[in-house]
Ligand binder design. Structure first.
Ligand code: NIG
Ligand code: FE
Length: 398
């Protein structure tokens, strides 16, 4: 593969703070970056660049790692715009609309689902997302969960089995039987296409005992654990995730001090993040449900590792935009722009237990974003403005 030099970078966010300069974002100025075979192989001053087959002139702009969106539900049919409008007129979000999307998803053909997944994947990529996790969870039958994951796996290696999203209507009177289905034939059909297992652990969805049973079954067949936790109210999800060594507990909107302490404890002696449970915050959901935002400041001050993700789904957060989430996190959740950019890149990588993405240093994947702006600060400072000039994914311009 021909080599590619990205030259004249005004500000490079490396997230490689180990170099002891440039703050937590590991910022370097006036540098160039060389890519070979989809990997970063060299970063150095613009005055001393190696030769390359091709060259992109960043013209003094900011360059950062591609966004890592570690939480999205892209496999669905239909939309719930009317439900959104009703909420904006005063109705509360309960998660009850999930069943509406389940009905539409079951009725859709494979090619309709595939078209939606590809459309949203492309939409995210245009906005700088180079890695996206994709959950099932709108099929809730053996066949529909397996096909959801098969289609998701066509566009991402980060696929998550969420058969335990809600108890579908036909099992409403016998939730134990649904848990047995999820742990048995549904998991068997889903696991070949999934890297992760997730449960919506919340009042009205799955309680701690059911969630533990399902997540443990997933672990037994080699899936990593993630949990939808403490979104609509306080509950057992966060501490259950920590107990099971989850890579991430997601939402974290309603936390007790004990929840925060449990998350802090996962960082003890964990330099490379390999056993940390990340708190993944999803401000698009609070925006779209008009709910109070999670307190990112409290988590960061306690020493918890925080990620930001979109939660892209047709019910609670129909956005694929990581820059939008960064802006919300800064304006509404007490994060500094640097913390939010880290959380949307390196934080997402930690939430997926990946060390090859979310960072720009020799050996990392050449997933990066060239902004139409001189600094990462502009992502929050200029909300709603399409600042992504160019995206490189595996070193290839998109
Ligand atoms: O992450 N909380 C559970 N699942 C999704 C919402 C799904 C929906 O409303 O369709 C979430 O917010
Ligand atoms: Fe979600």
């Amino acid at each position: 593969m021909p080599s590619l030099l990205v030259d004249n970078i005004g500000e490079l966010v490396t997230n490689d703070a180990g170099r002891g300069e440039g703050g937590p974002l590991g910022i370097r100025r006036r540098v160039a970056l060389l890519i070979e075979d989809g990997e970063v192989v060299w970063i150095g001053p613009t005055t001393d660049t190696p030769s390359a087959d091709h060259r992109i002139d960043a013209a003094g702009s900011a360059v950062l790692p591609g966004f890592v969106d570690s939480h999205a539900h892209l496999v669905f049919a239909g939309d719930r715009a009317a439900e959104f409008a009703a909420r904006m007129a005063g109705e509360r979000y309960t998660g009850g609309g999930i069943r509406t999307t389940v009905g539409a998803t079951r009725a859709a053909s494979d090619s309709e689902l595939r078209a939606t997944v590809r459309r949203l994947r492309a939409e995210a990529l245009r906005q700088g997302t180079t890695t996206i996790e994709i959950k099932s969870g709108y099929g809730l039958t053996v066949v529909d969960e397996a096909r959801s994951l098969r289609i998701a796996a066509e566009v991402s290696t980060e696929t998550t089995f969420l058969g335990a999203h809600v108890v579908p209507a036909e099992y409403a009177a016998r939730p134990d039987d649904y848990v047995s289905l999820v742990c048995g034939p549904m998991l068997a059909a889903a696991a070949p296409h999934a890297r992760w297992i997730d449960v919506f652990c919340e009042r009205g969805a799955f309680d701690a005992d059911h969630a533990r049973a399902i997540l443990t079954c997933g672990q037994a067949v080699g899936l990593g654990v993630r949990v939808h936790a403490n979104q609509l109210g306080p509950g057992p999800g966060v501490q259950l995730g920590v107990e099971l060594g989850a890579a991430s507990v997601d939402h974290c909107t309603h936390l007790t001090d004990a929840d925060v302490d449990a998350l802090v404890s996962t960082r003890a002696g964990d330099e490379d993040g390999g056993t940390t449970t990340v708190a993944t915050l999803l401000p698009g959901a609070e925006f779209s449900t008009r709910s109070p935002y999670p307190d990112a400041r409290r988590l960061l001050d306690a020493g918890v590792t925080v990620a930001l993700a979109t939660d892209c789904n047709p019910g609670s957060s129909y956005t694929s935009s990581m820059p939008f989430c960064i802006a919300l996190a800064v304006r509404e959740m007490g994060m500094t722009p640097a913390e939010a950019v880290w959380a949307a890149t390196a934080g997402g990588a930690r939430a997926l237990r990946r060390d090859d993405i979310g960072v720009l240093r020799p050996g990392a994947r050449a997933d990066l974003v060239i902004l139409d702006a001189p600094s990462h600060l502009h992502l929050a400072y200029r909300p709603g403005v399409p600042l992504v000039r160019q995206v490189l994914h595996n070193g290839v311009p998109r």
